[in-house]
Design a protein around this ligand. Structure first.
Ligand code: SF4
Length: 357
């Protein structure tokens, strides 16, 4: 029997897919190089954007057509409304937290003990979740509804996974969470900075990066640690989402554009090589961001504010999304999706040309 995992969405989903692969291979399944050759397809879904949901329906239709009668299973980030609609179209929908029970749910025997460890198909990089969920409820975002509230993994479990990855030759560990800087708030006697220090202390030739951080919770201790520790990659992903204060308020982001700029200026001040000019990308910090264009009520002037802030911030890379309302979120309930598609596309193009070209 062969399996194929179709992964949509963020690094967290990619990391979960490695764990799904491990469980299936513990049951004797082999990986199919393409979806056509698979008997079992696992969709690790993302319903954070409508485009991803549309792709899921398109794929299911294809796999269920003609002779391609495959078993289809869905997990990942699925909003309740999407879950309801998908229910009759697939063989099984399960929550990723129930992954160890997958063989039982599929009525297949497992040949080896089920582990929670990833398969590590990528031989150089290990994606290691340190926490799941989010408490922030940004008004446009589905994550608190699909993944629930923040839960940190125990330090010991994370450290063991890092050690195992390094012993298997991994050179880069990427620590994942929707809000990594909040790591440990639900545990006793730990914090993200403390966890990082313990991982840095593990012997071996490897590097560490992490995502995602949020601008309202980026302590000075963390900035200093990134600047001084050679094992920490000098990259920070810091979503700004908008450069307009009114839109930020409607997004329920807890900062203003001025506070965001002050934070990155502080960050960059720790990295600027001595003697270099402070203008432009002379800093050895690689700064990336997420931006949403066309959020409801975003006027041309509000968008111009985002352009202005991006020019000041001088990001190295931006992941730009065109707003789409997700059912059940606050922005979908409160605001009409009133920016035309063509205008969203135009704004996307302007920012993409400015930052990514
Ligand atoms: S911080 Fe906001 S955008 Fe990020 S996962 Fe949490 S709710 Fe979503």
């Amino acid at each position: 029997m062969k399996y194929y995992i179709f992964t949509l969405g963020c690094q967290m989903n990619k990391s979960d897919s490695e764990r799904i692969a491990k469980v299936l291979e513990s049951c004797g399944f082999k990986s199919a190089p393409t979806e056509e050759g698979a008997d079992l397809i696992v969709i690790n879904a993302c319903s954070v954007r409508q485009a991803a949901v549309d792709r899921i329906y398109g794929k299911i239709k294809k796999w269920q057509s003609g002779k391609q009668n495959k078993k289809i299973v869905i997990t990942g980030c699925i909003l309740p409304l999407d879950r309801h609609k998908l229910h009759s179209k697939v063989d099984l929908i399960f929550d990723i937290k129930d992954l160890p029970n997958l063989p039982k749910m599929l009525s297949i025997p497992s040949l080896l003990p089920i582990t929670h460890h990833p398969l590590l198909r990528n031989k150089r990089e290990a994606l290691i979740p340190i926490m799941t969920g989010c408490n922030n409820f940004c008004s446009y975002c589905a994550v608190p509804y699909t993944r629930g509230r923040e839960i940190s993994r125990p330090e010991e479990e994370i450290i063991n996974e890092v050690k195992q990855s390094i012993s298997r030759g991994i050179k880069k560990v990427v620590l994942l969470g929707q809000n990594v800087n909040n790591y440990g708030l639900d545990l006793k006697n730990t914090s993200f900075v403390q966890l990082l220090k313990k991982i840095i202390g593990i012997p071996g030739n490897f590097q560490i990066s992490f995502l995602t951080s949020n601008p309202w919770n980026f302590p000075d201790q963390l900035i200093e640690l990134i600047a001084k520790e050679p094992k920490l990659i000098k990259e920070v992903h810091l979503p700004i989402q908008s450069g307009d204060d009114e839109i930020l308020k409607k997004m329920n982001r807890n900062y203003t554009s001025g506070q965001y700029l002050a934070l990155i200026s502080k960050l960059k001040s720790h990295f600027r090589p001595k003697g270099e000019c402070c203008e432009g990308r002379v800093s050895n910090l690689y700064l990336s961001t997420d931006i949403i264009v066309g959020f409801p009520t975003e006027t041309k002037k509000a968008f111009e504010n985002t352009v202005k802030v991006c020019k000041q911030a001088r990001f190295n890379k931006a992941y730009i999304a065109q707003y789409s309302p997700r059912p059940g979120t606050v922005s979908a309930k409160l605001y009409k999706d009133d920016v035309p598609k063509t205008e969203k596309k135009r704004r996307w193009q302007i920012l993409n040309n400015l930052i990514n070209s």
